[in-house]
Write a protein that binds this ligand. Structure first.
Ligand SMILES: Cc1cc2nc3c(=O)[nH]c(=O)nc-3n(C[C@H](O)[C@H](O)[C@H](O)COP(=O)(O)O)c2cc1C
Length: 223
């Protein structure tokens, strides 16, 4: 196979591309277009608890802003991950595009996503998800499934809706629910190659005085 025919030719060549996030956006788009994977935007999100203990869980990366290097996830900000991020605002995510045999690692600092974006996204969620966001104290224990179902029905009643698909209402975004925006300072792309001579490239950048970022520097890593 000639270099030009490789699916990820830009990772096989030297010099490597100057910046990674447009490639991430493209890989994500290709994963959606291929339609071979449920939730191609599912990522493992790793955080570190206040006592230094790492934890990881699956979440959806709802938006990638390639220009800024931003990756947005929505969740309960009082959850275990939310408490970890608020105490230690750094995180890492990993995408795995299994059908394409590609992976993306992102590391960086995390900030609250602006309220207007959180409100706009919350309003697009199905009714049961909006009611559920009020009902679930995410990551807290509960004595039984019946108690959980009861909490959901109590919230539905409070908003004057039923969850059988026959009603809808404007449900405000709960104060504990919102986005975290991970702004990348390290991005690694991995692409499978024959004979396990895989391509790995890692980009990094640093904050600069005016609140912006240095340009990306890139190095090839051994697989
Ligand atoms: C495919 C998939 C997508 C998920 N997406 C989200 C999400 O976008 N936000 C979220 O809070 N939890 C999501 N979850 C649930 C999380 O994995 C996790 O159970 C929850 O966020 C609580 O994690 P925590 O206790 O570490 O905070 C998802 C789970 C799966 C399997």
């Amino acid at each position: 196979m000639s270099d030009a025919e490789l699916p990820d030719a830009w990772l096989a060549r030297d010099p490597l591309p100057e910046e990674p996030c447009a490639i991430v956006e493209r890989w994500l788009g290709e994963a959606f277009e291929a339609g071979l994977q449920a939730n191609p935007h599912a990522v493992a999100l790793a955080t570190v608890d206040p006592d230094g203990r790492p934890s990881a869980r699956t979440v959806l990366c709802n938006r990638v802003d390639a220009e800024r290097g931003d990756f947005v996830i929505f969740t309960n900000r009082e959850s275990r991950k939310g408490r970890a991020i608020r105490a230690n605002p750094r995180a890492a995510i990993v995408f795995h595009f299994a059908p394409q045999n590609r992976s993306v690692r992102v590391e960086g600092r995390v900030a609250f996503t602006p309220d207007d974006e959180c409100d706009a996204y919350f309003a697009t969620r199905p009714l049961d998800a909006r009611v559920g966001a009020w009902a679930s104290a995410q990551s807290e224990p509960i004595e039984s499934r019946a108690a959980l179902v009861e909490k959901v029905h109590a919230e539905a009643e409070r908003f004057g809706v039923t969850l059988d698909g026959s009603s809808d209402a404007d449900i405000p975004r709960p104060p504990h629910w919102g986005g975290f925006t991970l702004t990348a300072d390290v991005v690694e792309l991995w692409a499978s190659r024959p004979a396990r001579i895989h391509d790995r490239a890692q980009w990094s950048r640093s904050p600069v005085a005016d609140g912006g970022w240095s340009s990306w520097s890139v190095r090839r890593l051994q697989p």
